[in-house]
Each structure stands twice: as structure tokens, then as C-alpha cells.
Design a protein around this ligand. Structure first.
Ligand code: GUN
Ligand code: ZN
Length: 432
């Protein structure tokens, strides 16, 4: 049913400098979950004034967060302490991901995973699945039932892992194509070709991945790049002829404006130039990078004006330590401070909404509060905890409030979440 959502509305345009902010805003949501109208409450057209309304007062109603890199089959394994990335993958990650061969296990996990995203204010994601087709089927099916913009793919990996999480190039290609045919374009779902990373794919598999990216119309590609020193050394050993890590993917046609590379911490000038030229995106995963000791991703280096690389931001659960994009923005702020750059809160909130939606090619349907897009929304309570409430006594600008929310906020600050206009999460009672 057509309904209205009121509150302090906030949304970004093509940059964080383009802010749409109403202290008393209203959003009219149509039957099909799209936004019919938005603007200041006094201008709400008369025809909409008698509609059912959720009024959040002075709380912030903004676009739901878009998580640009998260691992569904790692949803239980946050806080698994590895010595470094490769140790963490072998010791905890591959055994846990092997469980997703079981369709019943994967289906139950998908329900928990999506509820958890909503409880943290995330309404869209680009997610990794395990190597098993069953895992991707389960996640697509759960997201379809919720009318959610979700992009995922079956992970492909044919070496350097336990047999239970390996495929081979032909099986990987066949199953990826079957999943694309079954799910891509169905409702709000999209497919992403997903070779895990150069360590776990042979040349044959990377070649097939490039062919899939070229042939599956509209599909994205996601993988990992230049995350940890041990990983980079291993890739050098596996691909001695490549100029660098980025070149390994480039040789197989994997750089494109539909390609998203997680991490990109230790990239050279040449690598940044190639990523920029090809329109590829790099996804900053700060809680994962500090947790696994991978390094400090230098955002200002990547975005250098002469050869800017498009940068997104993500939780990278379960290497990441929090489902909350608020906490992720807070950690990004700290990592960037250590890397010599001081981002504003507006800049980071823009990245987590419209910016990520653009990176993922879903900005026509989500990422901002605009007529015709889906009403994928999160309601933030700036006074959610006593510590936040005390801090707001000192806040005297929107930037102040957003800054305090990203440094001090987490799922407690998520008052409600809407996916395609439907309330999918509501915090029951304020908690200390
Ligand atoms: N590199 C390859 N696989 C993974 C993964 O699952 N998590 C992280 N953080 N890095 C990876
Ligand atoms: Zn990852």
C-alpha cells in the first residue's frame, strides 16, 4: 500500500558535496516499493497527506547502506584470529565454507545473513558465496523473496585449497553460466563472475573468468587484489611473467568498469594507472585490513587526480569484524588518518550509499532518495546510546552528527530498515 515515511531526510548526489537534507522531510512510497515523491513536509502534496505514515521525528532517514564486499559463507566466523590472510584462509575459512555444499544449511544461513544485514542498516550488497552452486542458489533465492538488490556469484577456485572447496575451470564456468541464466535480471538480482583470487585460480580458470565477464551481458566481476604482503609474494611466485599483481588479472581480461577488486592496499603507480584507465573499482575494507594486519589502504594515493581509481567501501565480513557500515566508516576514518588523509563524514557516508551504488551499477534503483528509485532506506537514531546522546549535546552541524554516528555507532543506532518500501527491521526498544 502507498505510504509515507517522515524524518530528517538525507541523501547524496554524485558527490558528497551534493547533499539533499531536510530537517523535516517526507518520502512517499508507492505500492511497488519505489519512491513517488520526496521533499520538505510542508510541500507534501494534499493527495498524500491522509496516507499511512511512519514518522521518525528528528531521526535521520537516509538511503540504506550498500556493502560492496562481503562473504556470505563467512557470516559465523567473525573474530577468527589468523596469523595473516593465508593462515586465516587455510585454518578457518575454507573448512567453514565447505559446509555450504549442503542446501538446507545454506538456505537457513541465507535467512540469518540477510536479517543480519538489515539489522545493521545494509539494504544491498555485492557478496561472495562459497564454491558450491547450492550456496549461490540459496542466497539468490532468499534475496529474491525480499525484493532486494543483491549481486553475488559462485566462487571459483581450482588450486591451493582443500578439495571440499575446489572446483575446476569447466565446472566453474558451467555452474556460473547456469546461475547467471537462472538469476541475473530476475527482480533486482545480478550475477558477478567470482574468481576468488590469483592464489586459488590457475591460469586456465582466470582465462575462463575473463571470457565469462565478456560474454555474460551485464554481469559484474569480483575478486581480491593486493591485500597482504604474504599473498603478494605468493602471486609473484605463481605468475613469474606478470609485471605485477594487477597485471595477472589484466592479462585475462578481468579489468573493466564492471570489475571490483577488494582491498588494493599495496598498489604501485603503474597498477593504479591501469585500474584507472580500465574503469575498475577498488573496495576499501578497513576492519578486515586492521584485523588481519594486512596494511593501511592509502585512499588518497588511489584517488590521485591524474589517474583516479574509483574507490568503494565494505565490511568484508568475516575477515572484517563488524557487519555495521557505520563502524566500517569509523574504521576507515582511523585507517586514513594513519595513512595521512583526513576524510569527512559526509565523504564516507556518500561512499557507503550513492558511491557504492554507482560502483556496483545499481545507482538507477538504489543509493539515494530520488523519485523512481526503490525506497531502500535506513533510519539512524543519533541518540541511540547514552554516549551518543551526550555527544549530540555538543553537535552543531549535520557533519558533527554523522561523524559521531560513524565513530560511536553500530547496530544500536539502526532504528529501522526498509527494503523496497517494506520495513524489514525495527529496533524494538532503545538500549543502553
Ligand atoms: N582473499 C582471498 N579470499 C579472501 C577472503 O575470504 N577474505 C579476505 N579478506 N581476503 C581474501
Ligand atoms: Zn573478501
Amino acid at each position: 500500500m502507498t505510504h509515507v515515511i517522515k524524518g530528517q531526510t538525507l541523501s547524496f548526489g554524485t558527490s558528497h558535496l551534493h547533499v539533499k537534507h531536510e530537517q523535516k522531510g517526507a518520502i512517499v512510497v508507492a505500492d511497488d516499493g519505489t519512491i513517488l515523491w520526496s521533499g520538505p513536509q510542508p510541500l507534501l502534496p494534499h493527495g498524500f497527506r491522509q496516507l499511512p505514515c511512519d514518522d521518525f521525528g528528528s531521526q535521520i532517514v537516509m538511503p540504506g547502506f550498500v556493502d560492496a564486499h562481503i562473504h556470505f559463507p563467512q557470516y559465523r566466523m567473525l573474530a577468527a584470529p589468523g596469523k595473516d590472510l593465508l593462515d586465516w584462509l587455510t585454518r578457518f575459512t575454507f573448512p567453514e565454507e565447505s559446509r555450504y555444499a549442503d542446501p538446507a544449511f545454506a538456505a537457513a544461513a541465507a535467512d540469518v545473513f540477510l536479517s543480519r544485514l538489515y539489522a545493521h542498516g545494509t539494504t544491498s550488497a555485492l557478496a561472495f558465496c562459497s564454491v558450491h552452486k547450492t550456496c549461490a542458489d540459496a542466497l539468490f533465492s532468499a534475496a529474491a523473496a525480499r525484493n532486494m538488490a543483491l549481486i553475488t556469484g559462485k566462487t571459483m577456485m581450482d588450486r591451493n585449497a582443500i578439495p571440499a572447496v575446489q572446483d575446476d575451470p569447466e565446472t566453474g564456468a558451467r555452474e556460473s553460466t547456469e546461475l547467471y541464466s537462472a538469476w541475473h535480471g530476475k527482480g533486482r538480482l545480478r550475477y558477478a563472475v567470482t574468481p576468488r583470487f590469483a592464489v586459488t585460480s590457475t591460469e586456465a580458470q582466470l582465462k575462463i573468468s575473463g571470457e565469462l565477464l565478456a560474454s555474460l551481458d551485464g554481469a559484474l566481476m569480483q575478486t581480491h587484489l593486493s591485500e597482504s604482503p604474504g599473498e603478494i609474494a605468493f602471486v609473484k611466485q605463481l605468475f613469474p611473467d606478470a609485471r605485477d599483481y594487477t597485471d595477472v588479472y589484466d592479462r585475462f581480461g578481468l579489468l573493466s568498469n564492471r570489475s571490483l577488486f577488494a582491498h588494493g592496499i599495496h598498489l604501485s603507480e603503474r597498477e593504479c594507472a591501469r585500474l584507472s584507465e580500465s574503469g575498475s573499482g577498488v573496495v576499501h575494507c578497513p576492519t578486515s585490513n586492521t584485523f588481519l594486519g594486512s596494511g593501511l589502504m592509502p585512499m588518497s594515493h588511489l584517488r590521485k587526480i591524474s589517474r583516479p581509481v574509483a574507490v568503494g567501501i565494505a565490511t568484508d565480513v568475516g575477515g572484517g569484524t563488524n557487519y555495521s557500515m557505520l563502524a566500517t566508516l569509523g574504521e576507515a576514518y582511523k585507517v586514513q588518518m594513519l595513512a595521512g588523509y583526513k576524510p569527512t563524514a559526509a565523504e564516507l557516508f556518500h561512499m557507503a550509499t550513492q558511491g557504492n551504488a554507482e560502483r556496483l551499477h545499481i545507482s538507477h534503483e538504489t543509493g539515494s532518495i530520488d523519485t523512481g528509485k526503490f525506497a531502500d532506506l535506513v533510519v539512524l537514531d543519533p541518540n541511540a546510546t547514552p554516549v551518543l546522546a551526550s555527544r549530540q549535546e555538543l553537535s552543531n552541524s549535520l557533519e558533527d552528527v554523522l561523524f559521531s554516528l560513524m565513530i560511536l555507532g553500530d547496530d544500536r543506532a539502526i532504528r529501522a530498515t526498509y527494503v523496497a518500501g517494506r520495513k524489514v527491521h525495527e529496533r524494538v526498544s532503545p538500549q543502553a
